[in-house]
Design a protein around this ligand. Structure first.
Ligand code: FE2
Length: 256
């Protein structure tokens, strides 16, 4: 089954005009959207795993910045093999490299953001404008994949904000199931607008980095930010020590 996820991902990406996508990515200041890239059959497998990990959602509220839920890489490694299969699919990593022109790789296992789900399930859930700042020595790329979109929330972005010679461009996007967004986290200024009543939005993010080294001070800042703003101290620091805190019946982590 996992091999078939990787194969299906490869088949999907083989249909993409990579040269055109690369040109668009760079023309838009390292930002690319491919609407409904992945077919419903693949998204359905990922949605099964979204349902499975819902009991593990960790919710956070930081006034004036964010409100919402997340499920970390550590939980997904234990319970979401089809999502992890996408993250590590050779064709997918090759695609990221082909678009960005850089030798990006999946982030280290200890990184709770490496492959994580973000749940907007309660009225007002949102995240304010920010960059996905890389604490790594290398460039970090974010892939955002829409999985559930039954909301008036939008991914709002400003392109070219850090390019003085270019005019900023504002965008507002619904991330429908299977839609892929790829960007350089240090260049895209972006937010998710607040969820309305009786709405739901779930997205997956995958992070790739060109150099995964990190100095100890940045490591500490990154861990604290992840613990407070996203996943909780237990997820972040137990994993940083290498403890096993899987919720799975076997108590073992995933294959990656
Ligand atoms: Fe972000």
């Amino acid at each position: 089954m996992i091999a078939s996820v990787a194969d299906d991902v490869a088949r999907t990406l083989a249909r993409v005009d990579v040269a055109a996508a690369r040109e668009t990515y760079w023309r838009q200041g390292e930002f690319l959207v491919l609407e409904r890239l992945f077919p419903e059959s693949l998204a359905a497998r990922w949605l099964d795993e979204v349902a499975r990990v819902r009991p593990a959602i960790h919710r956070n509220y930081i006034p004036k910045h964010k409100k919402g839920g997340s499920v970390s890489h550590h939980t997904l490694r234990a319970e979401a093999p089809s999502i992890l299969a996408l993250y590590h699919a050779p064709a997918f990593t090759a695609f990221i490299r082909a678009i960005t022109g850089r030798d990006a790789k999946p982030c280290p296992v200890r990184d709770p953001h490496a492959c994580a789900l973000y749940f907007y399930t309660e009225p007002g859930d949102h995240i304010g404008f920010h960059y996905d700042t890389s604490y790594y020595k290398g460039v970090r790329y974010t892939v955002l994949l829409g999985l559930i979109e039954r909301s008036s929330s939008r991914l709002v972005c400003q392109l070219h904000r850090r390019e003085p010679s270019r005019t900023p461009v504002d965008l507002s996007l619904a991330t429908e199931p299977g839609t892929l967004v790829l960007f350089n986290g240090d260049t895209l200024w972006h937010a998710i607008t607040p969820l309305g009543d009786h709405e739901e939005r779930v997205s997956l993010t995958l992070e790739y980095v060109t150099d995964a080294r990190m100095n100890p001070l940045k490591r500490f800042v990154s861990d604290m930010k992840d613990a407070i703003a996203y996943f909780g101290f237990r997820q972040v620091f137990a994993r940083a020590r290498g403890d096993a805190i899987s919720r799975s019946a076997t108590g073992k982590g995933g294959p990656f």
